[in-house]
Design a protein around this ligand. Structure first.
Ligand SMILES: Nc1ncnc2c1ncn2[C@@H]1O[C@H](COP(=O)(O)OP(=O)(O)OP(=O)(O)O)[C@@H](O)[C@H]1O
Ligand SMILES: [Mg+2]
Length: 294
């Protein structure tokens, strides 16, 4: 079943993102991952079959895989354990949704980078640093960093994220909490990137969002999905150029040949781009979890 939207759910919306619809259930949230796809911050009119199930299941896998590192917000992904009102939507929701504890989100995006790309690359080219961390000179695009670094960002006034130094993060949220976020973020990245490498994937960088529940630090949102992380195929990796996005390579390649100006509305995608993109998402799921998507 393809899901574009979830208007059948009558709970108040907590937030509607580009891909996920999040509902407010009081002390809990229901996160539903739709089959929408975006690029350059714009959502496309087409849906990608199985994308919602894949993203939700990848997150679920990683929350479970890292629970010895830090507690997470997951309650269950089993619709029969959701509040009674959802039982009639089992077919729509099973596999693509997660019931989670509502937590008090810490106002920081906790980013870890093991490779030089994205806003990190831009900052490095301008200043030789990322978030105030001095890096060796002469690093190439997509090169592996001497060691993974914690590069937090916060919401700037215009709504765009802004990389900040660790000092600024400490001033904002306190040094105890900032230190904890840094240590846990690096530990999560190290554990996950080892696993990814054993499956032929490079986890170039990733973003976490943490929150507090009953005084304890909990990781929330999504974890090591292709939406929150850069995954690259190890056998095609080569520093000194942009890498193919593991999941969106066919979409991006298609858009490069089209004359779309990257402003909404996004164009309709051809069937073969949709099919190849679906196959990449399924491949990501199967490589990461070692399971077949049923
Ligand atoms: N357990 C939780 N408790 C409270 N809020 C949470 C929890 N988990 C995630 N969130 C919040 O839910 C929101 C999810 O939004 P989502 O990422 O889908 O959309 P977005 O960030 O607005 O847009 P985009 O589609 O660009 O990511 C985020 O604001 C995140 O901080
Ligand atoms: Mg988000």
């Amino acid at each position: 079943m393809l899901i574009n939207d979830t208007d059948f759910i009558k709970f108040p919306l907590h937030i509607k993102g580009k891909v996920r619809n999040v509902y407010d259930l009081g002390d809990k949230l229901l996160i539903v991952v739709t089959d929408r796809i975006s690029a350059f911050d714009v959502v496309f009119p087409n849906l990608i079959p199985n994308k919602g199930r894949v993203l939700n299941s990848i997150s679920e896998f990683w929350f479970n895989y890292t629970k010895d590192v830090v507690d997470n917000h997951v309650i269950t992904t089993d619709v029969s354990q959701y509040p009674e009102e959802f039982s009639k939507f089992k077919e729509e929701l099973q596999g693509r949704s997660m019931l989670v504890k509502k937590i008090q989100m810490v106002e920081a995006e906790c980013i870890v980078r093991g490779y030089l790309e994205g806003s990190g690359l831009k900052d490095y080219q301008k200043t030789g640093c990322i978030c105030g961390i001095k890096l060796p000179s002469g690093l190439k695009q997509a090169e592996r960093l001497p060691e993974p670094i914690f590069t937090p960002s916060t919401k700037a006034t215009e709504g765009h994220d802004e990389n900040v130094s660790f000092q600024i993060l400490q001033n904002k949220i306190g040094s105890d909490l900032a230190n904890k976020l840094k240590d846990i973020s690096l530990a999560l990245y190290n554990k996950a990137s080892k696993h990814a490498e054993s499956r032929g994937l490079i986890l170039a960088d990733t973003k976490f969002e943490f929150g507090i529940l009953d005084g304890k630090l909990v990781v929330g949102d999504e974890m090591f999905t292709p939406d929150s992380s850069r995954f690259w195929a190890m056998d095609e990796y080569q520093a000194g150029r942009a890498q193919k996005s593991f999941d969106k390579q066919f979409l991006r390649e298609y858009l490069e040949t089209s004359d779309w100006d990257k402003k909404p509305p996004a164009p309709m995608l051809p069937e073969d781009v949709i099919k190849k993109t679906e196959a990449k998402y399924i491949e990501a799921y199967e490589r990461i979890t070692g399971k077949k998507l049923d």
